[in-house]
Each structure stands twice: as structure tokens, then as C-alpha cells.
Design a protein around this ligand. Structure first.
Ligand code: CA
Length: 423
């Protein structure tokens, strides 16, 4: 049987070469339709969603535990572990292959299991157990450091020794398309003597990837590179919305709190770690060498193109404001997970780890408005005479990501969020 990542594989379902969802991808999501059935697990293929619950009902997929695909999240399926993930993906690939007649020639089954993507609503794909956000792009940390502390003290002394992170809120992780209400909070601009409470005036996005943890680790246990890797089920695009003015006043001495707690948006399809395997690349050289527990024996970065577009209410279409790549990250997702568990912190099925804002070395590769507008001093100019330093009410922000193969791409779809007034 050919490997599911084989670039030569073709599905009997026609897939445009520019589609994010060829047979080499097969990302998992949770969807519902107007048929009134509860949200359930599916896989994206071209312009269709393959209903895994229906396939399991028809005994076409052996997942040991019945019912995992009837669930409104992927947690139960993820808990079954990497051997089941691999076997299931291989079976789905087989069922969708152009030269495999089982589903291709069974019209009744096809009608029951293949739903046009245009007819589905996509839901949050996981029940988020915990959300941790890292700060692992050297370019981003340097840009922010230069802005607030000057060139000579841009990176804090700990930054090159460990992936810096904070524990965020799982309760406000939302799926693409969910509107984001402008947060309120305590503000104290440098010119004000006393703080006031009101709507955030410096609302920003952060372009990140989210790692979905599919296996638990025990309290008190450290993880090896290999163990950490095997716990990673897949990746989503993540927008870590940030209230810069709230953050600036509150962050001393414990870091961000309300400035990051009001919303975090993720893309609806989880692209599996297995599907990203062909796009694995070496990350930047790490100097000084990390402590032993953080050392890597293999390339743990991914060559993944990322794109951010902004559409103000008055604009007809979104305009690109950032093009960068996940490969630039200094600390890999595996290192983040190893470090996260290093104190003995237990990880849970459904944990979500934000990579940290992904900026690249070039000016057009900055992954936040804070950097793009250089702390509000250089407004970005958009079509139609629109200028932005930070996000305004009615603005819509769209992030996309994909790995480019030879004649196909393994993509994520998009994560979109529109800002509504604080009220
Ligand atoms: Ca962040």
C-alpha cells in the first residue's frame, strides 16, 4: 500500500492543485450540517468533508472504540494514541484513492459520507484542556525588545536558554469566524497620572501556529525529544489577539494577563504531524548550545508559508500585510513541549501550545501590527487610502498557512476574526 504522504497519490475526488486539502493532507475537524445531526468528526478532501462517523457506522474504519467520531471534539480520538492515528490516516487515504473502488464505486455510501464543504458549519475541533503561549521567534522578541528597551538589551538574559512562555486561558479559545469583541481593561498611557478603565485602543493580532497535544504525560515526569514528538497530534493556525495598552500597564511583574485572555482564534482543521513530515527542515542554529534536556537530534522545524491579510470595513477585499515562514522559529514545538513538562508539569489530551508570534528577518515578515507599525509610529497603508496602526472596529483579519509540495499543497485553510465594538 502506498504511503499516505506519497506525492503521486490521487483521489477520485477532483482536487485543484491550489487547494489546501489534497489526499496528502487529510486534516481533521468537527462539523455539522443542516441535517440536524450533532457535530461530529470529519476530514477535509478538496471541496468536501468526509464524514468519519458515517464511515465508522458502516464499519469502514476500525478505530477500536466506537463513538469517537460521533463526539463534538477530537479529544477521544486523539487519546487513542499515535498508532491509531497512523492506521486511521492510512485507511482514509486508501478509501479516497482514485484506484481504490470501495468508496469510489459505492454511490450510496458516497452520498452519505461526502458532504460539500459549502454546506457545513465548522466548530472548535478540540475541547481545549489548557492553553500555553510561547515567545519563540528571535526576530519577534528582538523587534519588541528594541522598541521597549533599546538595541543593546533587546533580548532578556534568559531568552537564548529556554523557550519563554506563560499560561493562557483555554476558556476563550474560539474557532475561525467567531467575532472578537474589543476588550476593556485598565489603561495608563505614559502621559496619564492615574489609570482608567475603558475599551482597548491598541488592539493587535499575533500570527502563530498552535500545537495540539494528543497524548497526556504524568505529573512529575520529564519528556525526551522522541516522547514529546509522539504526543503532538497536529497543528492549527492561531491568532493570539493582544491588547497592547492593557498589556503595557499590567505585565509587570508577572507577564500578560487580561491583555491576552479575551480571545484566541484557531483554524478549524487540524493538520496532522504526519502530513507535515515531508516539510520538516532544520531550524536556526542555536547559540549558545541549549542545556542537555533541550537538545535536538533531528530537524524539528517546518517549511510552512504564512500569510496575513487585513480588510477594513470600507475595503472590498483583504490586503496582505505579512508574508513569513514557520521555519524561522528559534525554539521548535518539540523543545517547547519538552521544556513545558521539565518541571514535572503534566500535559493533557487537548492542550494547545501557541508558538509565539512568527516574524521573519525581513520587514514584510513581521507577524503583529505592533511590529508592522513599529509601536504605532509607522502606519501601514492599505488600498483605498486606509491607514492602520492598530485594529479598528469592523476590521477583519485573515491568516493562511500551507506547505508547498511538488504539484500540491498541504494547507490549513484560514483563521478569520472580525472586531466588534466594546459596547
Ligand atoms: Ca503570543
Amino acid at each position: 500500500m502506498p504511503h499516505p504522504n506519497d506525492p503521486k497519490l490521487k483521489s477520485f475526488i477532483p482536487v485543484d492543485p491550489a487547494s489546501d486539502f489534497p489526499i496528502q493532507n487529510l486534516p481533521y475537524g468537527v462539523f455539522s450540517t443542516r441535517d440536524g445531526l450533532a457535530p461530529r468528526v470529519g476530514v477535509a478532501i478538496g471541496d468536501y468533508v468526509l464524514d468519519l462517523w458515517q464511515l465508522a457506522q458502516d464499519c469502514r474504519i476500525d478505530v477500536v472504540e466506537q463513538g469517537v467520531f460521533a463526539a463534538p471534539s477530537l479529544n477521544a480520538f486523539m487519546a487513542l494514541g499515535p498508532t491509531v492515528w497512523t492506521r486511521t490516516r492510512a485507511r482514509i487515504s486508501e478509501l479516497l484513492r482514485h484506484d481504490h473502488p470501495e468508496l469510489r464505486d459505492n454511490e450510496t455510501l458516497r452520498k452519505r459520507t461526502l458532504v460539500p464543504m459549502a454546506d457545513v458549519a465548522l466548530h472548535l475541533p478540540i475541547a481545549v484542556s489548557g492553553y500555553t503561549d510561547f515567545y519563540s521567534s528571535k526576530e519577534h522578541a528582538t523587534n519588541v525588545g528594541v522598541m521597549f528597551r533599546g538595541k543593546d538589551n533587546a533580548l532578556q538574559p534568559n531568552w537564548l536558554h529556554m523557550p519563554i512562555g506563560y499560561n493562557g486561558r483555554a476558556s476563550t479559545v474560539v474557532v475561525s469566524g467567531t467575532k472578537v469583541r474589543r476588550p476593556r481593561g485598565q489603561l495608563k498611557p505614559p502621559t496619564a497620572e492615574v489609570p482608567s478603565f475603558g475599551p482597548c485602543k491598541r488592539l493587535d493580532f499575533e500570527l502563530e501556529m498552535g500545537v495540539v497535544i494528543g497524548q497526556a504525560s504524568a505529573i512529575g515526569e520529564m519528556l525526551t525529544e522522541k516522547q514529546a514528538e509522539e504526543m503532538i497530534f497536529g497543528f492549527v493556525i492561531l491568532n493570539d489577539w493582544s491588547a497592547r495598552d492593557i498589556q503595557q500597564w499590567e505585565y509587570v511583574p508577572l507577564g500578560p494577563f487580561q491583555a491576552k485572555a479575551f480571545a484566541t482564534s484557531i483554524s478549524p482543521w487540524i493538520v496532522t504531524r504526519e502530513a507535515l513530515e515531508p516539510f520538516r527542515v532544520q531550524g536556526p542554529a542555536q547559540e549558545p548550545q541549549p542545556l542537555e534536556y533541550l537538545r535536538q537530534t533531528r530537524p524539528n522545524n517546518y517549511d510552512m508559508q504564512l500569510d496575513v491579510a487585513l480588510r477594513a470595513g470600507v475595503m472590498n477585499e483583504a490586503a496582505n500585510i505579512c508574508r513569513t515562514n514557520f521555519k524561522y522559529m528559534y525554539w521548535s514545538s518539540v523543545q517547547q513541549l519538552v521544556h513545558h513538562a521539565s518541571s514535572g508539569c503534566a500535559m493533557n489530551v487537548g492542550d494547545l501550545l501557541g508558538s509565539g508570534t512568527i516574524s521573519g528577518p525581513e520587514e514584510d515578515q513581521r507577524g503583529s501590527l505592533l511590529e508592522i507599525s513599529w509601536n504605532g509610529t509607522e502606519p501601514v497603508e492599505l488600498p483605498g487610502g486606509v491607514k492602520r496602526t492598530f485594529l479598528e472596529d469592523g476590521d477583519s483579519l485573515v491568516m493562511r498557512g500551507w506547505c508547498q509540495g511538488d504539484g500540491y499543497r498541504v494547507g490549513f485553510g484560514e483563521v478569520e476574526g472580525t472586531i466588534t465594538p466594546a459596547g
